[in-house]
Design a protein. Sequence first.
Length: 268
Amino acid sequence: QLFRQEGTCYQQAKQVLHAAVPDQLQGRERETGILRQFLQEHVLGRRPGSLYVSGAPGTGKTACLSRVLLDCKEKLAGSKTMVLNCMALGSPHSVFPALAKHLGLPVATGRECVRSLEKHLTAQGPMVLLVLDELDQLESKGQDVLYTLFEWPQLPSSRLVLVGLANALDLTDRSLARLRAHPAGSPQLLHFPPYTKEQLTRILQQRLGQVAGDPVVDSAALQFCARKVSAVSGDARKALDVCRRAVEVVELEVRGQTLLKPLPRGES
């Protein structure tokens, strides 16, 4: 009976420490507000435009955007939303056939595919929100793929709103310098800094606070984990991972103890 109760608390703890998108993102209120405002102004306000979101892995870029898209699902129902992870593409140029497929256009290749997409995105119709995660994968010789995508919202009568997420902070400076020649054409920038020790502690506390009963992980241990991870990377996924592994270790130890055998005195 004892282990059954203990077992469920460890199972619950491991579940809440998974890197799923929570209802509320700790320490990302500013960024969430900016994303929401951007979608409000551009998709709902029918103003084409682009946003470049940068930040190291595990700083909450994708989680924040997923949360905002879920929260605004009803409002965005009148427009078409496409989310593509560029890691899944074979090459930078294969983004175009992938988009054509999503939009239900006849799949062509090369220049013809780009032309048919341009025609579609400047024709009458609902706004199209295109989210490209892992955008750094689209870097190519001469950066023609990235230029094409970021220039689409600038086309006359375009109905495209583009949001690109990437790890590199300087992708726009390095690869899209030409866009800055037209200030109206350069994407709005949003940077996600690494999480601080305090933010990571709050994230871990908030997750583990969902488990009923006594705390599964000691508060000092959470702070130690947050301090170490913030010093190295500020990656929230790493912090969740470390805690989840710690819970697994304890769970195995508890299983290993014969519950019938009392512990030697003085040993907790």
